[in-house]
Design a protein around this ligand. Structure first.
Ligand code: NAX
Length: 332
C-alpha cells in the first residue's frame, strides 16, 4: 500500500484551518489514492478548539486519514512532516502599526523555521499562507537553511483563482476554460493580476482573453482592482476574511506542485526569485510557474510591455520594503 504522507497545518484551529483539514483528509490536496497523516498545530489559547477539530476529523471517518496529531508543541507538530502548510500567524488588529504585526510574525516564523529544520523530512515542501505571506516565507527560508530554497513557497493561488473567476464571470464561460492568468509579486493590494497571456478554450480553439473581452479599459482598471481588493470585499460582506477559497487554493497549490501542471498551462506561486524578469534575487515573489515531478520552474520569455513592467516593479518595491522592515525587526 502507498505510504502515507504527513501534512502539517499550523493555525489549524482557525477559520482557514477548519476548512482546510477536511479537504486534505478527503484527498483534495494529494489525490484520491494518497493516504495522509495530519499534524495540526495551534497555540495554547486555542488548544481546546483544536481538540474539537481532531474529534470531528475522527467522526468524519475519512478513509484516507491514517492518523491525526493535534498539539501546541511545535517540535511534535513538525516531526517527520513532508508537507507544511503554514496558516498560523498573528493577525493585524485595529490600531496596530505594520511594524508591530511584522515583528510578531517574524518571531513566529523564525521559531517555526528552526523547528521544521530540526524535525521535518529533509525534502519537506513548505507553503506559507499567513500574512504577510511572501515575507513570512522569506524569514522561514532564512532560518531553515537546510531546507532547499526551492521548497519554500507562499500562496498567491487564491489571487490567481480570483482572476480566473472574474474572467469567467465577465465572459460567461466555464472557469475551467480560462487559463494562464498571472499574479506577479506580493500577496497584497500591490499584486499585479496580468491577463496578457491568458486564453479561453472555445469550440474553435484557444482565444486570447484580451481579444474576447475587447475592453482594455476594463482589463487595465476594474478587473485589476477587483482582484486586488477581493480580500477586503469578502471581509466587508462576511465580516470574516476568506476561508473556504483560501483553503481550496492551498490545496490547488500543493496539488499542482506535487502532481504537476497540465501541459500548456501554468499557475501562480510565490517562489524564491532567481532574478527572472529582472526581479531582485532573494525575494519571495509570485511568478507564473509550471510544475513537474514535484519541481516548479518559472515560465520564461513572456513578453512584458511597459505597463506590465511598471506594475511588476512596484510590487517588487513593496517586497523590498517588507524585507527591510523584517530585517529591522530581527535586529531590534
Ligand atoms: P484565524 O485567526 O481564524 O486563524 C489563525 C490561527 O492561527 C488561530 O487559530 C491562531 O490561534 C493560530 N496561531 C496564531 N499564532 C500561532 C502560532 N505561533 N503557531 C500556530 N498557530 C498560531 O485566521 P484565518 O482566517 O484562518 O487566516 C490565517 C492567515 O491566513 C492570516 O494570516 C491571514 O491573513 C492569511 N490569509 C492569507 C491568504 C493568502 O492568500 N495568502 C488569504 C486568506 C487569509 O487572509
Amino acid at each position: 500500500e502507498t505510504e502515507p504522507v504527513t501534512v502539517l497545518v499550523t493555525g489549524a484551529a482557525g477559520q482557514i484551518g477548519y476548512a482546510l483539514v477536511p479537504m486534505i483528509a478527503r484527498g483534495v490536496m494529494l489525490g484520491p489514492n494518497q493516504p495522509v497523516i495530519l499534524h495540526m498545530l495551534d497555540i495554547e489559547p486555542a488548544a481546546d478548539s483544536l481538540k474539537g477539530v481532531k474529534m470531528e476529523l475522527i467522526d468524519a471517518a475519512f478513509p484516507l486519514l491514517r492518523g491525526v496529531v493535534a498539539t501546541t508543541d511545535v517540535a511534535e507538530a513538525c516531526k517527520g512532516v513532508n508537507i507544511a502548510v503554514m496558516v498560523g500567524g498573528f493577525p493585524r488588529k485595529e490600531g496596530m502599526e505594520r511594524k508591530d504585526v511584522m515583528s510578531k510574525n517574524v518571531s513566529i516564523y523564525k521559531a517555526q523555521a528552526s523547528a521544521l529544520e530540526q524535525h521535518a523530512a529533509s525534502d519537506c515542501k513548505v507553503l506559507v499562507v499567513a500574512n504577510p505571506a511572501n515575507t513570512n516565507a522569506l524569514i522561514l527560508k532564512e532560518f531553515a537553511p537546510s531546507i532547499p530554497e526551492k521548497n519554500i513557497t507562499c500562496l498567491t493561488r487564491l489571487d490567481h483563482n480570483r482572476a480566473l473567476g472574474q474572467i469567467s464571470e465577465r465572459l460567461s464561460v466555464h472557469v475551467s476554460d480560462v487559463k494562464n492568468v498571472i499574479i506577479w509579486g506580493n500577496h497584497s493590494s500591490t499584486q499585479y493580476p496580468d491577463v496578457n497571456h491568458a486564453t479561453i478554450n472555445t469550440s474553435s480553439g484557444q482565444k486570447p482573453v484580451k481579444e474576447l473581452v475587447a475592453d482594455d479599459n476594463w482589463l487595465n482598471t476594474e478587473f485589476i482592482s477587483t482582484v486586488q481588493q477581493r480580500g477586503a470585499a469578502i471581509i466587508k460582506a462576511r465580516k470574516l476574511s476568506s476561508a473556504l477559497s483560501a483553503a481550496s487554493a492551498a490545496c490547488d497549490h500543493i496539488h499542482d506542485w506535487v502532481l504537476g501542471t497540465p501541459k500548456g498551462s501554468w499557475v501562480s506561486m510565490g517562489v524564491y526569485s532567481d532574478g527572472s524578469y529582472g526581479i531582485q534575487p532573494g525575494l519571495i515573489y509570485s511568478f507564473p510557474v509550471t510544475c513537474e515531478k514535484g519541481d516548479w520552474n518559472i515560465v520564461q520569455e513572456l513578453k512584458i510591455d511597459e505597463l506590465c513592467r511598471e506594475k511588476m516593479d512596484k510590487t517588487a518595491e513593496e517586497l523590498i520594503e517588507e524585507k527591510t522592515l523584517a530585517k529591522s525587526c530581527l535586529n531590534s
